[in-house]
Design a protein around this ligand. Structure first.
Ligand code: F0G
Length: 466
């Protein structure tokens, strides 16, 4: 049976519903320009009877398809034949019970979990999606791939190109808008790096234009295959909870690929009968990049079974342009004002009875320090999820007895500048890196102590004060 018979691309607009073969490289519907989903004819596919199908794969970890945290769930993203699958061992991530962080969110021990995607080979959740997009690119014989990026997508793309030696990577980044840890990855892995005057939104606009004109394979999360890979983050969350659905999934929102993928994952699992209820979804924007919050919470824009009125978001974007308002946050990964997956995210919020909140850079860095003090290092954008969970708990939206999973999207070492500026109590560095961000104090700072090169002085400095 040809895979193309059971998996296909489909426009998400119910009024359109155009379909296309998975052999095509499309990022939007050729008929109406809306986003595309990968859909499956589940009636003609072997649906897993229960979760033990996946558990049994733990015993066959010598097989790369069982070892990968993405392809271990192949039955739930069955668009590729096994011989096409590209894997570098992504998705070896674990749900961590975070009793050290729970008090900060005001949850009792055992109720807060962190899904730490920083453990991926390139240090962020992007590898889940990149493995899937790369697999599709291989299926259709693409030779060159491109993305716009705030840094993690580009690091992931560059890594897959370098490891597999199968495609050339071209990455578009905004000038001065990328954390050094991420830039260093793209450079070292040999990607062609194009720094565009402007920010991520400018780079995103240009890469779409260039990729379309030159026939380059686009791996941004507009690419529906990317999101198939990112669904597996939620499968691993469920696995970590012994297949019990948590009450809340809390995730940072940037280009809104993750939230969209999570909504699709849960909706499919529910339809397939693998789960009997849906979690609630909370998407957390940074205050300085809060398009989703403005549209969903302030203007009340809803998916409304696909009838979401594009005029609302179009007017919002026109206003951003007129006011020359640019996204601005210390969480550079989510410094995005024009999220390409907006409509899919609205759909996910409908599926999962969702909420959107926005948190300040101060809240993000304080939450990040608490996550770090709990033993897991994450980058600023990731900590937005924990800051958001704390906020929702204060509001009473999250109940004291709820089970909450916050997704930590990227590794701490991606962006050490913000961390060091926060902790070091060096006023100049603090002002330079954080001052313009409205971060006033480092509530949980752990500064280094300076001592002379002298034994007695060192002993005095490290002796416990009591
Ligand atoms: N967290 C991190 C660490 C990210 O790198 C990103 C996105 C997000 C959260 C937001 O995720 O787009 O699915 O809502 N980074 C992209 C990039 C934009 O280019 O690396 P989203």
């Amino acid at each position: 049976m040809l895979r193309s018979e059971t998996a296909f691309q489909k426009c998400i607009a119910p009024g359109c519903g155009a379909t296309a073969s998975i052999q095509e490289a499309l990022v939007t519907c050729p008929r109406c320009g809306d986003l595309l989903d990968i859909q499956y004819d589940w009636n003609r596919l072997p649906i897993p009877a229960d979760w033990t199908v996946f558990e049994r794969k733990w015993g066959r970890r010598h097989d790369p398809l069982c070892h990968s945290g993405v392809w271990r769930f192949h039955e739930l993203l069955p668009f590729a034949s096994p011989e096409h699958v590209v894997t570098v061992g992504e998705g070896q991530t674990l749900l961590q019970r975070a009793d050290g962080v729970a008090p900060y969110v005001d949850l009792p021990a055992g109720q807060l979990f962190l899904q730490y995607e920083g453990l991926n080979p390139s240090g962020s959740f992007k590898d889940n999606g990149m493995s899937a997009a790369f697999t599709h690119a291989q299926m259709i014989g693409a030779r060159q791939a491109a993305c716009a990026s705030t840094g993690n997508t580009s690091a992931s793309l560059a890594m897959y190109c370098a490891v597999t030696q199968r495609m050339r990577a071209v990455i578009f980044i905004g000038s001065g808008k990328i954390a050094y840890g991420k830039l260093s990855q793209a450079l070292e892995y040999g990607a062609q790096t194009v720094q565009i005057e402007g920010d991520f939104d400018d780079a995103m606009f240009r890469v779409r234009e260039v990729a379309e004109q030159l026939g380059i394979y686009l791996v941004n999360s507009l690419n529906p295959f990317r999101l198939e890979g990112q669904k597996t983050i939620m499968y691993r969350v469920l696995e970590g909870l012994r297949w019990e659905v948590p009450d809340w999934i809390v995730v940072p929102g940037g280009n809104l690929g993750n939230s969209s993928a999570f909504g699709k994952a849960f909706s499919e699992l529910h339809c397939l009968g693998l789960i009997d209820r849906l979690p609630r979804l909370a998407v957390i924007n940074a205050e300085g990049a809060d398009t989703l919050y403005q549209l969903y919470e302030v203007q009340g824009m809803r998916w409304d079974q696909g009838r979401a009125d594009r005029a609302t978001s179009d007017a919002y974007f026109r206003r951003l342009d007129a006011d020359q308002r640019r996204a601005s946050t210390i969480a550079s990964a989510i410094e995005i004002n024009r999220p390409v997956n907006l409509r899919k995210c609205l759909r996910a919020l409908e599926t999962c009875d969702g909420l959107v909140r926005r948190v300040s850079d101060q809240e993000i860095l304080d939450a990040k320090a608490q996550v770090g003090a709990g033993g897991i290092g994450c980058e600023p954008a990731s900590a937005a999820s924990v800051a958001g969970a704390r906020r929702l708990r204060q509001e009473g939206q999250i109940g004291a007895g709820d089970r909450v999973v916050c997704v930590l999207t990227g590794h701490q070492l991606k962006d050490p500048m913000a961390t060091v500026a926060y902790h070091s109590r060096d006023p100049e560095r603090f002002r330079e890196v954080l001052g313009s961000r409205g971060v006033h104090e480092a509530v949980f700072s752990n500064p280094p102590v300076s001592v002379p090169n002298d034994f007695e002085a060192i002993v005095r400095a490290i002796r416990p004060s009591d």
